[in-house]
Design a protein around this ligand. Structure first.
Ligand SMILES: O=C(CCCl)NNC1=[NH+]CCN1
Length: 326
């Protein structure tokens, strides 16, 4: 049975985390994304003007799936589209011999401009894979039958290399016990229900955060408008239309955000919520917590995930998420 581990290297401000992946004879840095289900890469089929500075998948090692195509748009309105190949994909020693690899023929500017990232490796449920006429499986779903345990884990860190594992849980990566919650995969996401919250030292949680997805592909933590408002009222922040979200002082006094999941309280340090100066050198920071207005559910992105050890587990039949403090 297979198992393995791969580094998750943070970009500036932990905006995304990149992991080395071998596809055919190409070595690329991909953004592992539990909020989507396509494995796509810059490729020899990507216009040169859109792929400056990126490593590219050389599709000559693959078998083209004739007439297949893909097209994806993400929550932040970025996107890409292209053709499909079957090729060997290796992640941390775990091998998929015939993985659907989606070669980009067009890519939005936010991906072209981010030269650290050579594509995405989707880890949401294959039910939202965009390949047509025949939907394809994610890397995790492809290798799942060969894994020692049908699960993968995510150990992201603030400003330091973390890791993803496939097929095993690294018990040295967390403290205390793991709290498991049921996952509703009906929309293709790792969706769970978060409970009460509190701000700063008062640890008695109140209110209810609600339906949320665990999404490594999203940088920030998107919460109900009322929860975001309550946080920034205590953090001395404000909603800044010009910045398009809440901002707060970068002065190191931001309060922690505490949220109950499965009856256990998890703490997002205030330092993660003073996310990044709005412009270089500014004493005003863009907030790591923002309102989920227009999304329809909460997104527990990297600002939350780098505070915990997360286990994406389908080994019990029904999918579940495990969270532990790190
Ligand atoms: O698209 C989403 C949000 C799903 Cl609700 N997350 N994944 C991702 N990948 C690139 C930007 N965002």
């Amino acid at each position: 049975a297979q198992s393995g581990t791969v580094a998750a290297d943070p970009q500036q401000y932990d905006q995304a985390y990149l992991s080395p992946v071998t596809i055919g004879n190409s070595q690329l840095m991909l953004d592992f994304d539990t909020g989507s289900a396509d494995l796509w890469a810059f490729s020899n089929e990507t216009p040169a003007s859109e792929s400056v500075g990126h490593a590219k998948y050389d599709s000559s090692t693959g078998t083209e799936l004739q007439g297949y195509s893909w097209s994806i748009t993400y929550g932040d309105q970025s996107g890409a589209a292209g053709n499909v190949y079957a090729d060997k994909v290796v992640v941390g020693g775990v091998t998929a011999t015939k993985q659907a690899v989606e070669a980009a023929t067009s890519i939005s500017t936010s991906f072209s401009d981010n030269t650290d990232s050579d594509g995405l490796l989707g880890l949401a449920f294959s039910s939202i894979n965009t390949v047509t006429p025949k939907q394809q499986t994610t890397f995790f779903d492809t290798v799942k039958p060969t894994l020692a345990k049908a699960l993968f884990t995510c150990d992201l860190k603030q400003g330091n290399a973390g890791s993803y594992t496939f097929g095993y849980i690294d018990t040295s990566k967390y403290t205390g016990s793991v709290t498991y919650v049921p996952v509703d995969d009906s929309q293709g996401f790792w969706s769970f229900t978060a409970g009460g919250y509190s701000v700063g030292s008062d640890n008695a949680t109140s209110g209810s955060v609600g339906v949320s997805i665990a999404d490594t592909g999203t940088s920030l933590l998107y919460l109900p408008a009322a929860v975001a408002k309550a946080y920034y009222a205590k953090a001395g922040g404000k909603f800044d239309n010009q910045q398009g979200g809440y901002t707060l002082p970068c002065n190191g006094n931001a309060p922690d955000f505490n949220v109950a999941i499965g009856g256990k309280t998890f703490v997002v340090p205030g330092s993660y919520i003073a996310y990044a100066p709005i412009t270089s050198g500014s004493q005003t920071c863009f907030g790591g917590i923002q309102a989920n207005t227009g999304i329809g559910f909460n997104i527990f992105g990297d600002v939350f995930l780098k505070a915990v050890y997360a286990i994406f587990d389908v080994s019990q039949g029904a999918p579940r998420l495990g969270f532990a403090a790190q």
